[in-house]
Design a protein around this ligand. Sequence first.
Ligand SMILES: Cc1ncc(COP(=O)(O)O)c(C=O)c1O
Length: 394
Amino acid sequence: MSYDFNEAKEHIVNSYGRLDPVITHGEGAYLYDSDKNKYLDFTSGIGVSSLGYGHEKWIKATSKQLKTLVHCSNIFHNEPSVKLAKELTEKANMNKVFFGNSGAEANEGAIKLARKYSYDKYGADRSTVLTLLQSFHGRTITTLKATGQEKFHKYFFPFTEGFDYVKANDLEDFKARLTDEVCAIMLEAIQGEGGVIPLDKEFVQEVVKICNEKDVLVIFDEVQCGIARTGKMFGYNNFDVEADIVTVAKGLGAGLPIGGFLCSSKVADVFNPGDHGSTFGANPVVCAGASVVLDELCNEKYFEKITKRGAYVKELIEEAKNPQIVDVRGMGLMIGIKVKCDPTLVQKEAIKKGLLVLTAGKDVIRLLPPLVITKKELKIGIDIILEILSNIEN
Ligand SMILES: Cc1ncc(COP(=O)(O)O)c(C=O)c1O
């Protein structure tokens, strides 16, 4: 049966500007479409398919769990979720975790947790959460407001109150906005949707120091840059700081939906039964798969591999000295290529040449390949991008 674009138009809400390929299956770092075209995937479903496609151990673990117990809800205990919680908190060096289903849900939970911590200790008027300009934290009414980009603050009024926005890497602006009403700051170590922009280490270190002094909680949104993506467990581990709350999603599930927030011991017991919940959260199948992700990717050996691969990609791009390229940035296998041309043109051309890439903002080609991608595959993809850029007139 062939895919009917008209049917899709008729029955699916028109909220995405989709690209043409109808993806049918994947293998390793490659995806295939309904016309039997093969694509090298530098998108991993927007940072999700960390293990690539058809990963044997992950399939075995999830299939086994599918046959035994798919769901039971959180009114009962289930073993895969406790196993994952133990492994994840140990690897993250955090105290406890709450499991939900998506990045936005993870951030919502983190914001609730921060506000309750502050309410319990200081009363009602200390509820503002600072985020950064150019940040992205999700699509719910609250996380849209948490997102520091004006273009997301329209149509859906009234938004949740209690957010203010700091200029990234501007310590004076941060200090000016850190009023007595602030209970937390939420940061992406590398702003993903905002253009693959890593924060300055000195800025992050100073912000964390000041927040600790004032008992303002530090939340790292690791939805996109966490779980080995940058060559460390979390993006913020590159800055040698500690977090009070860490949110995760995307790559932890390797294709199945998961989200969650990790708590330091300071906030681990803030919630009591009834304060928070999620029907699908801690799903046994998803958790069984996520345990494989941690086992395969979240160890020193693999971190080193990712770091080296990322450095290799940057080297290839920098060596090319292509006049269209303004900047190459990012960490590990989260890479942004700032270009002079329209990155969506490159994205469309790349599809014709068998490569899938993402964009971020108006001028960045964003690369989030599966973390299991080989050096050889990275070279193939980068060569395609460079060839496309070489054919664009300055
Ligand atoms: C940093 C960050 N936070 C939150 C989200 C929202 O995640 P989800 O789409 O799973 O709700 C995203 C999604 O791209 C993200 O990149």
